[in-house]
Design a protein around this ligand. Structure first.
Ligand code: 13P
Length: 249
């Protein structure tokens, strides 16, 4: 097993050029002191400027979504190939906010992940249960079902990251217990072992996301089956983002 930890920042719909570039510069400047892999996913409007601001640093560039098709009549959409053209290496697909706001099904997420792979991007596929599903004892079944429907058959550990983000933990300041996070990640690894084999399961990085902060990163990142974090709010403050990365070996 040789999984390098990954701390990914999802800026969501935040940042205008001046702030975004300053944030990217601060993350890039602090990145040499960290040991894990780092990724920043700005809004589409800032991908180019953030890429320039971080060029030469060890921070990778990613996007927050892509369209399944390579090109065509899809007003307002951006293809995976276009993201590669901007210098991206990663793209988040199936974030719960897109599943909720844009009605994205597992099938749609599968197609987006396939598009990412076609273009040579690493797909960060997001899954996670709602609070009602957890309260109903359905969390593990829901996540297994999302993985089953969203993870392309021919996905490789080298081009895929899976992020577990319980919907109720996003932006709420609440997190599952460390026992629950570890149990879910072990369950996810067993799920992908059954569908994609033991090599994939051993190598694929499983991120936890949902209210990760400098204060809880140490215990979350220390869990056996947690290989990093997908950070929302705290990724908008360079010092907090880098402090979270500082808890990773
Ligand atoms: P927060 O870290 O703000 O809870 O957001 C998590 C998230 O949705 C990252 O994709």
């Amino acid at each position: 097993m040789s999984r390098t930890m990954l701390i990914a920042g999802n800026w969501k719909m935040n940042g205008l050029a001046v702030d975004g570039v300053a944030l990217a510069e601060a993350v890039a400047a602090g990145s040499s002191a960290t040991l894990c892999d780092l990724l920043v996913c700005p809004p589409a409007t800032l991908i180019s400027a953030v890429g320039n601001a971080m060029s030469g640093s060890r921070v990778a560039l990613g996007a927050q979504d892509c369209h399944p098709e390579e090109s065509g009549a899809h007003t307002g959409d951006i293809s995976a190939e276009m993201l590669v053209d901007l210098g991206c290496d990663f793209v988040i697909v199936g974030h719960s906010e897109r599943r909720a706001d844009h009605g994205e099904s597992d099938e749609a997420v599968y197609a987006k992940a396939q598009a990412a792979h076609r273009a040579g991007l690493i797909a960060v596929i997001c899954v996670g249960e709602t609070e009602a599903e957890r309260d109903g004892g359905q969390a593990e079944a829901v996540v297994a079902c999302q993985i089953g429907g969203s993870l392309p058959e021919n996905a490789k550990a080298a081009n895929t990251v899976i992020a577990y983000e319980p919907v109720w933990a996003i932006g709420s300041g609440r997190t599952p217990t460390v026992e629950d996070v570890q149990a879910m990640h072990a369950h996810m690894r067993a799920t992908v072992s059954a569908s994609h084999g033991t090599y994939f399961a051993d190598q694929v990085r499983l991120l936890y996301g949902g209210s990760v902060k400098p204060g809880n990163a140490s215990e979350l990142m220390g869990l056996t089956d947690v290989d990093g974090a997908l950070v929302g709010g705290a990724s908008l403050v360079a010092g907090d983002f880098l402090a979270i990365a500082g808890h990773c070996s």
